[in-house]
Design a protein around this ligand. Sequence first.
Ligand code: URA
Ligand code: ZN
Length: 363
Amino acid sequence: MPIVDIHTHIYPPTYVDLLRSRTTVPYIRTFPEAPDQSRLIILPGEDDPSTPSTSRGRPIGREYYDIAQKIAFMDLHKIDTSVISLANPWLDFLPAEEAGEAAQRINDDVEEICAKYPGRLYAFGTLPLSAPSETVIKEIQRLAGLWHMRGVIMGTSGLGNGLDDPALDPIYAALEEHDQLIFLHPHYGLPTSVYGPRANEYGHVLPLALGFPLETTIAVTRMLLSGVWDRFTKLKVLLAHSGGTLPFLAGRIESCIKHDGHLKKQGKIQGRRDVWDILKTNIYLDAVIYSEVGLKAAIDASGADRLLFGTDHPFFPPLEEDAEEWHSVNANYGAIAAAFKNNQAVADDVLGNNAVRILKLHS
Ligand code: URA
Ligand code: ZN
């Protein structure tokens, strides 16, 4: 029974070079206080001058870009196959005229990395979303012909106006036509003002634990409200972090829609697909939620046959110098073991068989 990690990132060397060449977020640099330690600064607000430079962003080591380190991590945690994806913020920040070529370069780089480890690596590609739609569609078509690619990773900003933007329709249509799954992953979080004036005393906890999941939930709900799921009934979207808070809030979202006079007047309540239908038809959820409680909500909302194991490597490494196995990975393994303690066959599906089937791995 294979173990497959579908949520595992890499910054390939070409992307690291790009970040090292920059001086505004996102970028990689050293600071005079610690000249031997490169830091990766990616999240909004991470380079706030009130944060000491030695705790800005996160240290970046080989595990972020060296594929040998990914393979060693996989071996240590008994992961047979990984579906790797570029980590946030992808190419969202590039000027339109640079994005198309950068996407090709990075996707080719990732495809080549996968080819070096037959059977062990597949990937989600990256789209040049700041480029004109035709460029994006061309890359979708090109990715469909790359052997190891199994879909695309995308943030919530779309072409700049979010995933409910009608300008995305030709892109959704192309993804649907080529049967390419979207791995939807957060990056932007919530406006930093909601974290309050003491936010820099709390590390990354508020944006990562809460900003990320709410960003995902809001993005999918905007797709729902704008009718994306009614227009693209075959669109497949894998949601990071077990859907953010979507499984938990789906009932509230539906209730708010049904009680909204404005939507009623516009005739937008009758005849639409509801969120429960979409959760069981279009949406897949990863199992990156670190506890049985959240995992159970994901299972109830989408079904164990749509749930896929992931690690979020190289993020969330153990903080102890001498730790071997990663607590974050074992928390995800533990939640699956606890949720399916009387049904090893279903646990095996979540750990790997679902990914093999849904992403057509090994074929
Ligand atoms: N932090 C990030 O910026 N990205 C992830 O995927 C996880 C943590
Ligand atoms: Zn991630």
